[in-house]
Design a protein around this ligand. Structure first.
Ligand code: SF4
Length: 468
């Protein structure tokens, strides 16, 4: 699914999360690794189980519940947000979902929850499953629509019928879930601006509360990239990709959506967004952190729309550096306001909160330290409830601040000037770079914030790379 980023880990000796002292956990991510087919652009950790063998869904669910219980013994788990991604979480059988949700309830994980999202492939949604999810506390669904054009779905080797999306939305409404996201991909080979607009028409007709629109990325070692190398398909041109991104921004603004992150839009909700647009000085604590993103570290500005940004959530983590999990100072941004229709779970990533990831390939972040579960379902089941981990990292302070800048600038509100003054010394070359980027109108200072300009949005990856 779109919100997941792929693992490319170097396996290290496990440094299990249980070595971290009890922590305040803002968010939980659960990774369900099963898919019924591998989409050709996808490099997320997901498996298509052979049809001629018993699948491992039961064993996986047992292991996931065991990991949940284990972590609940280590930490005070009263999350504000839970996100179940994949893979295809809606491929998990309904009876297994019932077991999982019951365990979560028994552990008190739902007590403080404001947002509980499950990613869904429209083809796998059934009334029975959705009612089970809704009864179990799920209040938000993220549907992987990607496109409503059969040719473009075919190019992506995305196996669903466009009609399955409105059918799934009807099932959500029947179960009382009206808060849902639609994922869309643009800049698909052969896609025209008109076709993109038709995708937006179809998406908006379903009245989503949230849209995630990502430009197609040709990830290494995917069938799509192989086809490109063989000359069977070509990426859309850079200029058209920019036009598409500009069109999405304009159209969704006209349609009443708040563009709150480079690739994410939330339906405006009575002006709440304006109230929460600031990161106040006294709300900034002091603790390193960072979320890994798949941003390319280009040295020079490149003329391109921003690449697939996602919050690089929990099944992603950068290469291993450190395994010291001792407490460290806090530079987190404040916990986001939960009244808007922004994805609160992803806001937790972008504002550098603590989260734990469960399931194979799921990444965790606690007070600036990151690691991930090994992307290997067999080992995950075998070693339950303490799966092998990899990619332990704690960034050195300078890089850590760079990561926080990257996260902050991805949000349209940007970074507060106070935060910048506190964390970037005047003699840091980045202060000079910021001024240069302001001079060429790529960044702008408001009274309270530093943020990308509308022009800067199109060069976001390159601008951010200069400040890492
Ligand atoms: S459904 Fe999502 S996770 Fe599964 S193969 Fe397709 S893009 Fe990857």
């Amino acid at each position: 699914m779109q919100e997941c980023t792929p693992p490319t880990p170097a396996i290290q000796a496990p440094t299990p999360p249980q070595q971290v002292g009890p922590q305040s956990i803002h968010s939980l991510y659960l990774h369900v690794p099963f898919c019924f087919h591998k989409c050709h652009y996808c490099d997320f950790y997901s498996l298509v189980e052979p049809k001629d063998k018993p699948d491992r869904q039961d064993q996986f669910t047992d292991a996931l519940i065991a990991e949940l219980n284990h972590l609940a013994n280590q930490h005070t788990l009263k999350p504000k947000t839970i996100f179940v991604g994949g893979g295809t979480p809606t491929l998990l059988r309904t009876n297994l979902w019932s077991r999982l949700l019951e365990s979560m309830q028994q552990l008190g994980l739902l007590d403080n929850l404001t947002e509980f999202t499950v990613e869904a492939n429209p083809e796998t949604v059934t009334p029975d499953l959705i009612h089970t999810l809704a009864a179990g506390g799920v209040n938000r669904i993220s549907l992987g629509a990607q496109s409503f054009n059969t040719d473009q779905l075919k190019t992506l080797e995305r196996w669903h019928d466009p009609d399955s999306v409105p059918k799934a939305v009807d099932m959500l409404a029947d179960a009382g879930i009206t808060n849902f996201n639609l994922d869309l991909i643009f800049a698909i080979p052969h896609q025209t601006l008109d076709q993109l607009d038709q995708d937006l028409d179809a998406a908006l007709a379903l009245n989503p509360t949230h849209l995630s629109c990502y430009s197609l990325i040709f990830e290494p070692n995917t069938p799509l990239t192989q086809k490109m190398k063989m000359g069977r398909i070509s990426p859309v041109g850079e200029e058209l990709e920019k036009q598409m991104y500009a069109h999405i921004i304009q159209r969704l603004d006209n349609e009443g959506f708040e563009h709150y992150e480079i690739s994410n839009w939330a339906r405006r909700n009575s002006g709440i967004e304006d109230q929460e647009s600031g990161i106040e000085e006294d709300q900034i604590s002091t603790s390193p952190n960072a979320v890994s993103e798949r941003s390319e570290a280009a040295g020079a500005l490149q003329n391109t729309a921003p690449s697939n940004p996602g919050p690089s959530p929990p099944n992603s983590a950068p290469s291993a550096q450190h395994s010291d999990l001792s407490p460290s100072p806090d530079t987190r941004h404040p916990i986001p306001d939960t009244r808007s229709l922004r994805c609160q779970h992803n806001m937790a990533y972008w504002t550098n909160q603590n989260w734990l990831g469960l399931g194979p390939a799921a990444a965790s972040h606690l007070n600036g330290k990151r690691w991930k579960n090994l992307p290997n379902l067999g080992k995950y089941i075998q070693h339950a409830p303490t799966p092998p981990t990899t990619d332990h990292e704690q960034l050195p302070p300078k890089q850590h601040i760079g990561e926080l800048i990257m996260l902050g600038l991805r949000l349209r509100q940007g970074l507060t000037l106070n935060w910048i003054n506190q964390h970037i010394p005047q003699n840091d070359p980045r202060q000079t770079t910021i001024n240069e980027l302001i001079d060429i109108h790529m960044l702008e200072r408001t009274h309270t914030h530093l943020r990308l300009t509308p022009q800067g949005l199109f060069l976001a990856d390159s601008i951010i790379a200069k400040l890492l």
